[in-house]
Design a protein around this ligand. Structure first.
Ligand SMILES: C[S@@+](CC[C@H](N)C(=O)[O-])C[C@H]1O[C@@H](n2cnc3c(N)ncnc32)[C@H](O)[C@@H]1O
Length: 277
């Protein structure tokens, strides 16, 4: 096989089959990598985080200062938070995602742009100059971290929270956690009009959700195959991990939008336990 593979990219059962037939045209990349940026942006451009941002904003005190958003991606949640009047520090690991976020910010009026600070960083190990009263993580983002990465996230959040601050974490209650192993495939249309195939494999036994996205046109050159592996996490497990990391989970609230065709999401509100309490 002579396909190009970006470092650190996960292979999926589907990507192996696809790349075997694409030969030299095949490019395998992680969904958040540079080679996938076009595909990601084409498919995600109109993904609207407004409803999710409102769920967070309901729990952010207006006077609480800048909000730290972790794993901000291309800003699906960042822009609605800015629109709601918050000042946001958006931390993200992928340079490709950050490029898109920065370009989007350039198109915003100065009063919005000036309220956003963009930081390239690893949410499992970060130390910023400022302490935040609110740290938020969008739904799906904690799932990108493996068992070794999540403790680093919780420890870094504790370190970067101001006294009395809160950690707001949206956790998807993946259906597959409750059911058997499944595979499904669907065609998607990008905003550019390009067609893609999304193949998803959920394996509760392996506790993973594998995603493979590739061109519907089998002759595409390059034939870019984007992959991602998400951990299927039970909410109770995340709550337990937070408690072990020294947080008290003071509320778990279902998103108001839950049950309307999208997956169910719970918003966890966690406060660092104060020594001696
Ligand atoms: C499910 S996406 C969510 C993006 C965005 N918050 C949204 O709601 O659209 C997960 C994001 O986490 C980023 N990411 C993965 N590992 C990370 C890490 N260790 N630190 C910071 N960001 C990371 C990915 O690059 C990706 O942009």
């Amino acid at each position: 096989m002579s396909e190009k593979i970006a470092r650190g990219t996960v292979r999926t059962t589907r990507s192996d089959v696809l790349l075997a037939s694409a030969g030299g045209r095949g490019v395998l990349c992680g969904i958040y990598d540079e080679d996938a940026a076009d595909t990601y942006h084409d498919l995600m451009q109109d993904a609207d985080g407004t409803a999710e941002a409102r769920e967070f904003a309901d729990r952010i005190r207006p006077e609480s200062g800048p909000v730290l958003e972790l794993a901000a991606g291309t800003g699906r949640l960042t822009f609605p938070l800015l629109e709601l009047g918050h000042t946001v520090t958006a931390l993200e690991l992928s340079a490709a995602m950050l490029d898109i976020l920065r370009k989007r910010l350039e198109n915003e009026p100065p009063d919005v742009r000036d309220r956003c600070t963009v930081v390239q960083g690893d949410m499992t190990a970060f130390a910023l100059d400022e302490r935040f009263e609110t740290v938020v993580v969008s739904s799906g983002s904690v799932n990108v971290l493996d068992d070794a990465g999540r403790p680093g996230l919780y420890a870094s959040v504790r370190e970067n929270l101001a006294p009395g601050g809160r950690f707001l974490l949206a956790v998807a209650v993946a259906e597959a956690v409750k059911s058997e192993s499944t595979e499904r495939q669907q065609e998607l249309s990008g905003l550019s009009g390009r067609r893609y195939v999304l193949h998803a494999r959920m394996s509760p036994v392996e506790e993973i959700h594998e995603i493979t996205i590739y061109p519907a046109d089998e002759t595409a050159d390059p034939f870019v195959v984007c992959t991602n592996r998400i951990r299927l996490l039970k909410v109770d497990q995340v709550v337990r991990e937070l408690e072990q990391a020294g947080f008290d989970v003071v509320s778990r609230t279902p998103f108001a939008s839950a049950g309307q065709g999208s997956e169910d999401v719970l918003l966890l509100e966690a406060l660092p336990r104060v020594a001696g309490s």
